[in-house]
Design a protein around this ligand. Structure first.
Ligand SMILES: [Zn+2]
Length: 109
């Protein structure tokens, strides 16, 4: 697998959780695991729950402590998918999506 595709495979896990309506469960798991502060408006990093940076509705925004925990939130989605036993489905989805969208590599935030 080419490097950029591999990278994208790790970063698109979050989009899949949105697609499968599993993102709320994932966020609960993540917040519990890292005991991290969300919904604190003094914190600067914004996370868009549905992956769409243009959707700034209140219920679509989580405020996270810093960039590193924000990156982790996106990257760890892949491992969460492994944990819940859906990784093969995700990989199928990923490659069918890649074909459809002709390698749009810029993931949402
Ligand atoms: Zn984010």
């Amino acid at each position: 697998m080419e490097h950029y595709l591999h990278r994208s495979l790790h970063f698109r896990g979050y989009d899949y959780l949105v697609h499968m309506n599993l993102v709320e469960e994932y966020l609960k798991y993540f917040i519990f695991k890292y005991d991290t502060f969300f919904k604190d408006k003094n914190k600067k990093m914004m996370h868009h729950i549905d992956g769409n940076r243009k959707n700034n509705r209140k219920d679509n925004i989580l405020y996270v402590k810093d960039r590193s925990i924000h990156n982790k939130l996106h990257q760890e989605a892949y491992f969460y998918i492994v944990k819940i036993g859906k990784i093969k489905k995700y990989i199928e989805w990923f490659f069918s999506k890649e074909r459809r969208t002709n390698l749009n590599l810029e993931g949402g935030d």
